[in-house]
Design a protein around this ligand. Sequence first.
Ligand code: DHB
Ligand code: FE
Length: 279
Amino acid sequence: MAKITAGVATSHVPAIGAAMDLGKIAEPYWRPLFAGYEPSRRWMAEHTPDVVVLVYNDHATAFTPDFIPTFAIGCAPSFAPADEGWGPRPVPLVQGHPELASHIAQAVIQSDFDLTIVNRMDVDHGLTVPLSLLFGSCSAWPCRVIPFAVNVVQYPPPSGQRCYDLGRALRRAVESFDATLNVQIWGTGGMSHQLQGPRAGLINQAFDQRFLDLMVDDPEGLAQVPHIEYLREAGSEGIELVMWLIMRGALDLKVREVRRFYHVPASNTAVGHLILENA
Ligand code: DHB
Ligand code: FE
């Protein structure tokens, strides 16, 4: 049987990818951030999964304002890094897992969560930056990746509770796949940030630290937090954090915190990171 062995949460700030691609990781601005991910890269090298279900949001790259699915699963054999205006990032092609992705689509849709099935898609910084952070620079990603896109770009995004429940359905789907596979689920985006308007640059460290605590110890309470609180406390783009709840819903209620890192700022964003295992 396939098994979800760990959950990873991480921010996906595009400037982090650019710092890696342009050889700036040793600069004083970036060094503390990359140092914070070093232990996680070592852990990941020892716990490399067969497949990552990578929950992220597309930033009007693959899905234009013409077409915005709430939840979309990538069932293609591969996904190319997207051109977000400066050419595609020089990172490997993402190899998918069409069999597991199609099984998840079947199981999750039949559990009453409507997913959009995507058979061709380029993937933006929301997906490639987390891979770069956890796997470093490499000529091929060390595992398959199933892109799982969530709309947090255009109101209304899904509620925290729906994301948490979807995580539980994803876990049941993975665990009913008849193959011996080590699967991780990653939730990306956040933490507090606002990129636009009069509050651009907003960071709320107290909110972020409490969010990290609740992710570990009280995910059911955290799932109750309404959108307006994310908007007020974590800024207009802080709503990306609901994607972490999909990851958390796919784990046990009690988890072991393997790793936690928090750093301010990267670009205009608070960076947060967790690795959780079932206790
Ligand atoms: C930025 C973009 C993002 O999508 C994000 O999650 C954080 C920061 C940015 O443009 O700086
Ligand atoms: Fe983002």
